[in-house]
Design a protein around this ligand. Structure first.
Ligand code: ADP
Ligand code: MG
Length: 376
């Protein structure tokens, strides 16, 4: 994570990217696994490639590592074109999903392996390995064997092993996939700390949107081999650039409609599904009468039994289903058009959930700033 006080590199006009991916395509026979991807990634980043299974994430990562050659396009690391450069000659290390620790070696020797093979002096190896063990909070475990560790501990050893040679770029393919939820969250914060301390550039592949949201400086969303949006987590969530991204990241309600008025920073959309004209404060270029979707997140919709003062973006419906989930309640509501929408509300009062019930008619409303208009 970057400190909030300074402008991140990717927002600085003259910043030089550390990793440049230029029009990279990878074909397997006539199947295109990675489709004309261009990306600039900067030194201080923990960049997440996020996408569903088969979207081309691992293939892209393997090309960065040098295990696959692009069919076309180029990859530059620190200004150097990687074409024809073998994996072991790249300033890169890759950590695989299966950690592949040597079972017969201790934790210490697992981490020391690569350094010893390079002929590094004993004392230096010891210092470096111990440094790494401390960093991943495994200082006490140097003498254990991998089978005497938990899954999370093994993952941290693998991370230490990947970092000990001080690569400039560390590639992680679904690194936390094998961990349970709680451990995964802890390890996520650890990864962010390590990134901060070492200044290594991370590219992390994940299919888990929550993980990407937590970890990433920026997210590249992949679909069918293409990178369809690159933005900071907040912007990917709040300003998705397509129906695909809006739907893939978090959950969303979408109203189909037609633009009736397009002003410089707001749009009016007539929507039969919503049963009214929706007002959206969002500077997007669309043409009058253009077919668009208005996307609104479930947590941004307010719900009440009584008619609110607000007139615009206010719709009526009937509670079809509701679920009390402790910190929040989830409502499934059917509009007069038959359209079904989903609302989540924090339970900020103890009896909130008990107030509204099944089959009840309710008003739903939201701010003009809360929705986005999607044209793609
Ligand atoms: P992801 O990591 O996003 O799940 P991959 O990059 O592993 O996706 O794969 C993307 C697509 O490319 C998949 O459809 C996969 O079957 C195909 N693919 C990957 N590697 C090969 C290969 N060596 N030969 C043929 N097809 C491949
Ligand atoms: Mg993969």
């Amino acid at each position: 994570m970057t400190t909030a006080s300074k402008t991140p590199l990717w927002k600085q006009e003259d910043a030089v990217p550390f990793l440049q991916i230029k029009n990279v395509t990878k074909k397997f026979d006539d199947f295109t696994a990675v489709d004309n991807v261009s990306l600039d990634i900067y030194k201080e980043e923990l960049f997440c490639l996020l996408g569903g299974s088969g979207s081309g994430k691992s293939t892209l990562l393997r090309m960065l590592a040098g295990f696959e050659e692009p069919t076309s396009g180029s990859i530059l690391i620190d200004g150097v074109d990687m074409a024809g450069i073998e994996p072991w000659n790249r300033p890169v290390n890759m950590m695989f999903q299966s950690y592949a620790l040597f079972p017969h070696l201790t934790v210490f020797d697992n981490i020391a392996f690569g350094l010893k093979r390079e002929g590094m002096k004993r004392d230096e190896v010891k210092t470096r390995v111990n440094e790494m063990l401390e960093m991943v909070q495994m200082g006490e475990y140097g003498k254990r064997k991998p089978n005497q560790l938990s899954g999370g501990q093994r993952q941290r050893v693998a991370l230490a092993r990947a970092l000990v040679k001080r690569p400039k770029l560390l590639l992680l393919d679904e690194p936390l996939g094998a961990l349970d939820k709680k451990l995964r969250e802890e390890t996520q914060f650890e990864l962010m700390n390590i990134q901060d301390e070492l200044g290594v550039t991370f590219v992390v592949v994940t299919h888990d949107q929550e993980e990407a949201m937590t970890l990433a400086t920026r997210i590249g969303v992949m679909n069918h081999g293409e990178v369809v949006q690159v933005d900071e987590p907040h912007d990917v969530y709040e300003y998705p650039n397509s129906r695909f991204v809006a739907d893939f990241i978090g959950s969303v309600n979408m109203f189909e409609g037609r633009v009736t008025e397009d002003l410089p920073d707001s749009v009016k959309v007539e929507s039969k599904e919503a049963g009214c004209t929706l007002y959206v404060n969002h500077g997007i270029n669309c043409a009058p009468n253009q077919k668009v979707s208005v996307a609104i997140r479930p947590e941004k919709i307010k719900i009440s039994r009584n008619k609110p003062d607000q007139i615009v973006n206010c719709i009526k419906g009937k509670i079809e289903d509701m679920a009390y989930m402790g910190s929040l309640s989830v409502y499934r509501i059917i509009l007069e058009s038959g359209k079904e929408i989903r609302i989540t509300q924090p339970n900020f009062q103890r009896d909130m959930g008990a107030r509204l019930t099944w089959e009840e008619n309710v008003y739903m409303y939201w701010d003009v700033d809360s929705a986005v208009v999607l044209t793609a």
